[in-house]
Ligand binder design. Structure first.
Ligand code: IMP
Ligand code: MG
Length: 179
């Protein structure tokens, strides 16, 4: 928004080629076949929607999609620590190979909460794919299986990530500094 400084951090080209690699890794880890569980990407709304759209097109086997609406941040750049499911999945995940797709892992609070809820629904397996990871900020232990980029402790926007709902439409990822 007006008065915010944006400093480029990860270009659209780097994002694209890294997602190709992640898609190849996921395709190799979940070989398709008779008697193999269904593979489903579950996007954590809203931040993951662009990452998920690009990632799923790099997966070379049948894969389904669902979304989980979760809120944690409100309008601030700091986590409130309070997480709420605002929109639940539309389909059961029992027996399904689930890959949770997240834009960024910061403290780990959101994903640990989401994982605990989803594990109770008996998926065949549950892994995490995150575009960005800020490991230095971790409060709750969460180990993503697929990480696009590790980044320093800066607030970033673009490629789906927002500040107060803005900047999601940028093709690159930028560090945001508020004036
Ligand atoms: P966590 O619960 O602290 O791991 O926070 C995860 C959520 O906070 C992510 O899904 C994002 O929506 C949001 N978030 C954390 N860091 C950033 C950031 O740098 N930019 C935009 N959103 C962020
Ligand atoms: Mg998010």
């Amino acid at each position: 928004m007006h008065g915010d400084f944006l400093q480029p951090l990860i270009s659209a080209e780097r994002i694209e080629s890294r997602i190709e690699e992640l898609g190849r890794n996921i395709s190799a880890d979940y070989p398709a076949g008779k008697n193999m569980p269904e593979l489903r990407l579950i996007g954590i709304l809203k931040g993951s929607f662009i990452f998920l759209a690009d990632l799923i097109r790099q997966i070379s086997r049948d894969v389904s999609v669902d979304f989980l609406g979760v809120s944690s941040y409100g309008l601030s750049t700091k986590s409130s620590g309070k997480i709420k499911i605002q929109q639940d999945l539309t389909h059961k995940i029992e027996g399904v190979d689930v890959v949770l797709v997240e834009d960024i892992i910061d403290t780990g609070t959101t994903l640990s909460y989401v994982c605990n809820i989803l594990k109770q629904r008996n998926p065949h397996s549950l892994r995490i794919a995150t575009l960005l990871d800020k490991p230095s900020r971790r409060v709750v232990k969460i180990s993503p299986s697929y990480v696009g980029f590790e980044i320093p402790d800066k607030f970033v926007v673009g490629y789906g990530l927002d500040h107060s709902q803005y900047f999601r439409n940028r093709s690159d990822i930028c560090v945001l500094t508020e004036k």
